[in-house]
Write a protein that binds this ligand. Structure first.
Ligand code: ADE
Length: 238
């Protein structure tokens, strides 16, 4: 039986789901509130992790250890790294990596955590592809992309830093949690999917754009997650 952990870094990234779900249990741990119950007929645990890679990693491990989730979905907003990916478009990760990790002195690629044997962490291909399909159904007016998402403990709002990240990692968008969620899921052999709607272009315009587009982008990403839960339930009854 599938049990999905759904993580958003901020309240705005999960509050819509908490309203829609039937909560049967609330557990508080590490300063995070875990809402366990059902959403569109699926067993889920919805949680706000807090911002940044450490919060997201701790949250992911708790979902796996204490709630036994066997799929992790991260929903939220991100800054675009590509000219053709605009505000309000959606990116579904093929893989994730830490753009702020650098052990190149020892021969590792930029972004590669030493001694892991992988440069990036691959998202579940089947569910990511299904998410793209569902996105075209529930958000038909929104362009959807699949590609690499890069994460770091930095909000990117400077075009020079954006260019460095973009040129080094071939990322589609940048945010502050996806890589640590993917990394933690990978360590535990639990499949994961990262879904992000674009709130800004991660450059000098981000300061203006982010507050304007954050809520709409967060809601678009949530609509897709909910659509995906519905699709899981429909597929189970076939
Ligand atoms: N989340 C949304 N926009 C972002 C940005 N520009 N940098 C990091 N995280 C983000």
């Amino acid at each position: 039986m599938r049990k999905t952990g759904i993580i958003g870094a901020m309240e705005i990234e999960v509050e819509g789901l908490k309203k829609e779900m039937q909560v049967c249990r609330t557990v508080e741990k590490a300063g995070m509130k875990f809402f366990e119950g059902t959403l569109c007929g699926q067993n889920v645990v919805v949680v706000r992790s807090g911002v940044g890679k450490v919060n997201a990693a701790v949250c992911t491990q708790i979902l796996i250890d204490d709630f036994g989730v066997n799929l992790i979905i991260n929903t939220g907003v991100a800054g675009s790294l590509k000219n053709e990916i605009n505000i309000e478009d959606i990116v579904i990760a093929t893989d994730v990596l830490h753009h702020d990790v650098d052990a190149t002195l020892f021969g590792y690629k930029k972004g590669e955590v030493p001694q892991m044997g992988v440069h990036s962490f691959a998202a579940d291909e089947k569910i990511s592809e299904l998410a793209r399909e569902v996105s075209e159904q529930v958000n038909p007016e929104i362009k959807v992309f699949r590609g690499r998402i890069v994460s770091g403990d930095q909000f990117i709002f400077d075009k020079t830093i954006k260019a460095q990240i973009k040129n080094t990692f071939e990322g589609f968008c940048t945010e502050m949690e996806g890589a640590s969620i993917g990394h933690t899921a990978w360590l535990n052999k639990v499949p994961f999917v990262i879904i992000r709607a674009i709130s800004d272009k991660a450059d000098d315009s981000a300061k203006m754009d982010y507050p304007v587009f954050e809520a709409k982008a967060a809601a678009d990403s949530l609509r897709l997650v909910q659509g995906l839960m519905k699709r899981f339930s429909e597929d189970q009854t076939k």
